[in-house]
Design a binder for this molecule. Structure first.
Ligand code: AOF
Ligand code: ZN
Length: 348
């Protein structure tokens, strides 16, 4: 592995420490390197907080501070160039006279989107962009989708049998995989902004959608109950964590006490992108869709998905509802005891 690749990999590892707390900001990691020695490193820990580059510069020991102006700054994402809640990181880089910046991906936020790199180049900073760019894109894609597509990044998560069935015929998401896989899915829950399920799944499985088997924060819950017939005894309505409930506009059944009701016109052909725009307005930048079969199929049929994490188990049912046909081969594959986990990216 080249030195450049190792330092960028370190940026990614640092960036991931902000998972679940950075959104709707991106996860970002940065390292300052002087003659192959890391003299400072940092990551973006919390939305609204100091940026990774700032943390990296702050972490440099006093004895090493004079080396900053002869160092390379590796950052997983293009440094920002705008006054958000913090001043532009390009200012910091120029003030500290850092001569060399290496990034893995662009920040598509309007006002940045290449302008951060252009500004650095105009001031004589050497800028390189081609180190681990595919992995950099994967790391930052949720931010870039959120700021450029008026919708959250869409992660589909489901389990299927070895012969391609997603669910029993009643449409529930029958849990097919092992305890190890289940724990991993609860970790993922701590890293997403919201989890969506349809009414069939809510009724049949009564999911809580909280990360009970992994420490971390709970995502918001989103349920689609077009007819407004779900019972208030479901765990989704226990008030333990916020739930958004989408219901067909005009339906007048009583509201669920512990859910925020959003009336929506599902009869319109563009009901799905419109619903996603509403979720983006609620600052949901990363949405996980857990099922059931009908709901997953809506996303896949409209090509509205960015990533799919699919467990394939050894089970082999005779009948059931077919799993969605993603039409994208897996980029990654993991074996978790008897389950196979594949990760598919729609944007690669
Ligand atoms: C960076 N490094 O660590 C992060 C960046 O002021 P804010 O926090 O709202 O940030 C606004 C911009 O900074 C926006 O373009 C966002 O994508 C980017 N986030 N940028 O240079 C970081 N988290
Ligand atoms: Zn910044």
């Amino acid at each position: 592995m080249s030195q450049q690749v190792q330092f960028m990999q370190r940026c990614f590892d640092l960036a991931r420490l902000g998972a679940g707390h950075a959104s709707p900001n991106p996860m970002v990691g940065a390292v300052l390197v002087h003659e192959n020695r890391i003299i400072g490193e940092g990551f973006f820990a919390k939305d609204g907080g100091p940026h990774a580059e700032v943390m990296a510069v702050r972490s440099v020991k006093d004895v090493d501070r004079h080396l900053i102006k002869a160092s390379s700054l590796y950052v997983s994402l293009e440094p920002c160039n705008i006054y958000g809640r913090t001043p532009p990181c390009t200012n910091l880089i120029l003030e500290e006279k850092i001569p060399h910046v290496i990034v893995a991906a662009r920040d598509l936020t309007p006002g940045v989107n290449g302008a951060g790199l252009a500004r650095l180049r105009q001031h004589g900073v050497k800028v390189e962009e081609a180190v681990l760019s595919q992995r950099g894109k994967i790391l930052s894609e949720y931010r870039n989708v959120f700021v450029s597509k008026d919708r959250p990044y869409l992660l589909l998560k489901y389990a299927q049998t070895s012969n391609g069935f997603l669910a029993p015929l009643d449409g529930s998401t029958h849990w097919l995989s092992n305890g190890f896989s289940k724990r991993l899915t609860h970790k993922w829950r701590t890293e997403t902004d919201a989890i969506m399920v349809g009414a069939g799944t809510a009724r049949a499985d009564d999911p809580a959608l909280t990360p009970r088997f992994y420490p971390g924060r709970s995502p918001r819950r989103v349920v689609i109950d077009r007819k407004g017939t779900l019972p208030s005894t479901l765990q989704l309505f226990d008030g333990s964590t916020p739930t958004l409930l989408f219901r067909q506009s005009g339906i007048t059944t009583a509201n669920q006490a512990n859910a925020r009701l959003i009336a929506h016109d599902f009869t319109q052909p563009d009901w799905l992108p419109k619903m996603l725009a509403q979720l983006a307005e609620q600052k949901i930048a990363h949405l996980t869709v857990e099922g059931g079969a009908w709901l997953l199929q809506q996303f896949v049929a409209q090509d509205l998905w960015d990533e799919a994490r699919v467990f394939t188990t050894k089970a082999n049912w005779k009948v059931g509802l077919a799993a969605p046909a993603l039409g994208k081969i897996a980029s990654q594959e993991f074996i978790l005891q008897q389950d196979r986990l594949t990760i598919h990216y729609n944007f690669l």
